[in-house]
Ligand binder design. Structure first.
Ligand SMILES: Nc1ncnc2c1ncn2[C@@H]1O[C@H](COP(=O)(O)OP(=O)(O)O)[C@@H](O)[C@H]1O
Ligand SMILES: [Mg+2]
Length: 292
């Protein structure tokens, strides 16, 4: 292959000893995770394992100790806004779209640095990022044609992709997706996964949190498993599925139906989305944008 056609894989995200305490709870303890460009890395673990906390810590939304680098640039002391400008973006668990805004307006709102809701009127009044920035993000998720539609006119899968596109606006190199596929059925979830692969193929690094094991095992290059705030296993999907520590972490959770472990084994080959943490089919949440 010629050099020009090869996307060089560089380390985008690197955390070192990342730790977060909430009172007496160690929500993250010494978490070391890397995500390379063009790579989809899964972060899985039972409810309360610290997955969202990790995203909060990386993006600067919660106080953490340890280091956070993006392509070698140290960012652990930077504000969330500066980290966003450096090229890292996140989605929020159960993040909702603004139903009264078009798809492109939903993207425009997302890049405003502060006071999201207060910015809605600005966007409606025409103060917005350059159209090509938004179009590029919509291209990345294959939704350019939906720019002027409202979320309600789209399929649930497309709505989820708009959520991803919001995080891709403005030169995002690394995106952290917190349960972006929640509520999708098997078929929609597979399409969603294929779209994530296309996004990664452009060189963007993706950290994917999801309970849908068939999606995660299918789409991720590597996985990390968190339990009680610690990484208890990492490796390829094939290796993770057979890891006794992983199986016991899921078994050990009081919320888990033991059958879920059988699902963990089965999920690699086929099967529908199964919510490992609850042992139930995922449901669409109508929760407000805050996730706890
Ligand atoms: N803002 C917070 N204040 C206090 N405790 C929190 C906060 N956020 C999370 N926690 C606690 O940290 C632990 C990890 O939570 P979380 O990161 O939300 O887990 P996950 O996303 O894996 O379900 C849980 O015990 C949770 O109760
Ligand atoms: Mg969470």
């Amino acid at each position: 292959m010629s050099e020009s056609t090869v996307l060089e894989r560089t380390t985008l995200l690197q955390t070192g000893g990342l730790s977060v305490r909430y009172g007496g709870v160690s929500a993250n303890t010494d978490v070391d995770i890397t995500v390379g460009s063009g790579e989809i890395v899964g972060l899985i673990g039972p409810n309360g394992a610290g997955k969202t906390t990790f995203v909060d810590a990386v993006t600067g939304f919660t106080k953490a100790t340890g280091t956070v680098s993006l392509a070698g640039e140290r960012l652990e002391k930077a504000s969330p806004h500066r980290r966003r400008r450096a090229g890292m973006a996140r989605t929020w668990q159960a993040g909702e779209l603004f139903t009264d805004l078009t798809v492109s307006q939903n993207l425009a709102v997302a890049v405003q640095p502060v006071g999201l809701r207060a910015m809605v009127s600005d966007v409606l009044n025409g103060s917005r990022p350059p159209a090509e920035t938004i179009d590029h993000a919509l291209d990345l998720v294959g939704l350019r044609d939906a720019a002027d539609q409202r979320p309600g006119e789209l399929t649930l899968g497309q709505q989820k992709l708009v959520g991803v596109a919001r995080a891709l606006v403005g030169g995002t190199r690394l995106v952290l997706l917190d349960e972006p596929a929640a509520g999708l059925d098997t078929h929609e979830s597979r399409d969603f996964g294929a779209e994530l692969r296309r996004i990664a193929a452009t060189g963007i690094g993706i950290l994917l949190i999801d309970h849908d094991m068939s999606l995660v095992l299918d789409v991720c290059d590597r996985l990390y498993v968190l339990d009680f705030g610690k990484v208890i296993a990492s490796g390829t999907p094939a290796a993770i599925q057979d890891d006794p520590a992983v199986i016991s972490a899921y078994l050990g959770s009081p919320e888990v139906d033991p059958d879920a472990v059988a699902e963990l084994d089965a999920a690699g080959s086929s099967g529908g989305p199964t919510d490992l943490a609850t042992g139930t089919e995922p449901t669409t949440t109508a929760a407000p944008e805050e996730n706890r």
